[in-house]
Design a protein around this ligand. Structure first.
Ligand SMILES: C[S@@+](CC[C@H](N)C(=O)[O-])C[C@H]1O[C@@H](n2cnc3c(N)ncnc32)[C@H](O)[C@@H]1O
Length: 303
């Protein structure tokens, strides 16, 4: 080791301590992922490098130190690496777009299972609509895992839409996704941007903004870095946009078509109440810890 080199293992341990003091929830994991990122390694390759006592040159160490300081300032890990894993995909993310969350993978899993069951299983090309698509995480994951589907994905925010465009262009499943800019409010009515799809859609998926106005997120990664437009659902209970999703889904879905919509764990009863009329098989799906997270409802009238 020459004077300009520093032992990698010592650096990872000092970064872990620094991130821990800053309140980062998983300091060792983040220290390893940022170090691997700087070196252009996978996490497994980093483990091997640590075991063989690898060193970091001075230039790389300065880049590394800058990233660790930003993470200690609670910039989201995914903004620093520019990537977010979601189901089988590696998505581009950064400032201006909501970072896809592991809990939303529950919704994708349910969507893929529904597409493989019942009458929709025999459909050669089911039509799926992803409302409030953000990075296009749900749209891309569903298209990736079911090669039959065509997806139309709607997003209001032009900044988020640019990230969606980038992901759609980068991934093979993106060939079956059409991005549309506009609001979910009234999207399937009259001159709405999705009015041409009314009554034709097999499955609507959505992870809309749903946080109540007064429930300001505590984590700085969320409060300071996720776009406000992605968080707050509108109205005191945060359910204005979820209600708009349900109204638009009601118009888009063919009889017997299915809606899957993520919501906050306290919003199970209120979201079920929103589908009391004109819907069937209303259920709420739970996450791994048993919390109510996804509304599932089938559009009536299939006979
Ligand atoms: C919670 S984020 C979810 C993003 C993505 N579906 C995911 O799960 O990672 C909600 C998204 O809805 C978008 N949005 C907010 N208001 C909207 C509206 N009125 N119409 C359409 N999209 C909207 C936000 O810009 C944001 O990208």
């Amino acid at each position: 080791m020459n004077a300009a080199e520093v032992d990698l293992d010592r650096l990872v341990r000092s970064a872990t301590a620094r991130l821990g003091r800053a309140g980062v929830p998983s300091p060792r994991t983040d220290a390893e992922l940022l170090t691997a990122h700087v070196l252009g390694l996978t996490r497994g390759e980093l483990t091997a490098a640590l075991l063989r006592g690898a060193v970091l040159d001075d230039v790389t160490r300065r880049r590394w130190a800058d990233l660790i300081e930003q993470r200690a300032g609670r910039v989201p890990l995914q903004h620093l690496t520019g990537r977010a894993g979601f189901r089988r995909l590696d998505l581009a993310v950064g400032p201006g777009v909501f970072v896809p969350r592991p809990e939303t993978e529950v919704l994708v899993e349910a969507a893929v299972a529904e597409l493989g069951a019942g009458v929709i299983r025999a459909e050669p090309s089911p039509l799926v609509v992803d409302l409030c698509t953000g990075s296009a995480a749900i749209a891309l994951a569903v298209a990736d895992e079911d090669p039959r589907v065509e997806v139309v994905a709607l997003e209001l925010d032009p900044a988020a839409l640019r990230w969606a465009e980038r992901n759609v262009a980068a991934l093979p499943a993106g060939e079956r996704i059409r991005l549309v800019q506009g609001s979910v409010v009234g999207a399937a009515r009259g001159e709405g941007v999705l009015a041409d799809l009314a009554g034709r859609v097999h499955l609507v998926v959505a992870n809309p903004p749903y946080i109540p106005a007064a429930a300001v997120p505590v984590d700085p990664e969320v409060a300071d870095h996720d776009p406000r437009l992605a968080l707050y659902g509108g109205g005191a209970d945060g359910l204005d946009l979820p209600a708009a999703v349900i109204e638009t889904a009601a118009a888009l879905l063919r009889p017997g078509g299915l809606l899957l919509m993520e919501h906050a764990d306290v919003q199970g009863p209120a979201t079920r109440a929103l589908v009391a009329v004109g819907w069937e098989e209303v259920r709420t799906l739970t996450d791994l810890s048993g919390r109510e997270r996804v509304l599932r409802a089938r559009r009536g009238g299939a006979g």
